[in-house]
Design a protein around this ligand. Sequence first.
Ligand code: UDP
Length: 365
Amino acid sequence: MKWLSIVGARPQFVKAAVIAQSIECLEPGKRPVHRLVHTGQHFDRSMSAVFFRDLPLPKPAYRLGVGGLPPAVQLGRMTERLDRIIDKERPDAVIVYGDTTSTLAGALAAAARHRPVAHIEAGLRSFNRRMPEETNRVLTDHASTWLFCPSRHAAEQLAREGITRGVHVVGDVMVDALRQSAARVTAAGPATLKRRGLSAREYYLATVHRAENTESAAPIAALFQGLNQLERPVVLPLHPRTRGLLERAGWKPSRGGALRVVNPVPYHEMLVLEQHARSILTDSGGVQKEAYFWGVPCVTLRRETEWVETVTAGWNRLVGLEPGAVRSAVASFSEAVRSARRPALYGRGRAGDAIVRRLMKDLKN
Ligand code: UDP
């Protein structure tokens, strides 16, 4: 049996590593061949190579090198190249992850060659069609044979869209990834904080990269100016897209402020920074969930989220980008939040095994 995983962006490396690990846990004679295709959507070393170094990922069997293009052009080129690979490899299943251009390209190419698609992280919606990710999710779900949902809420959304077959609520593979790393991350904490000159709970961690938040430089520059005035350090591992936007606009933070702009950090270091932050400010989907897992209050720099359960549970606030609103959310999101209940909203870290088991079973029949 052969499975092809299509990856290309940072969070997809994390998710595919979980599937690779669950395959490894099968008895040697019973494992499917698992080939990885790296589309090249993320190509910066800090956004790609470091993840292959740190996570249990197989070396990509194919590298498409389709990075740095407008989304529609990228989609076309990826789909064309994936078509050739799928035709040659004839996989029994094509696995796609999340909501990027690589996800949709994989789903379209597989569907065109009548190969069944497994979508990991199915059923999520922001209902904001200005987000390219929203279109990617909706179309991928409607082209998939297996829809692996992180929560019941996601499965209910699929049902509202008429999709009920092949839907499996398995939990979130990112919880698996985090749990598999948790002991190592906790052990690395003190040394990492020391090296970065930080004290636990005495700094904020921020990330901003969503396409809808990086259409123009002015709102981001205003936000960063606001963050620069916070009373504790703000560590900002800056995504290349956001960095490029600010550089083209000639913006730099004024010296002596709270903001500490750094390059994107490797996954385990990111988890350390999350675990010990006072609060997290982010527009990332993955980082919102990770904040919840660690029990760190999250201020989301968007007006809506796909991960609505974290908001309902009281650990996440949707604030947008406006600097005044962000500052007051950070100030008012008190330590008291930390004692709120934190049920396992997205499973207990066994999603990868459930997905692999289900695919094995269905493909044998
Ligand atoms: N991440 C990382 N280094 C960073 C920033 C994020 O390893 O400097 C990880 C983060 O811990 C999470 C994933 O990347 O596991 C989230 O990816 P991203 O924010 O790019 O995408 P999203 O989740 O919004 O799709």
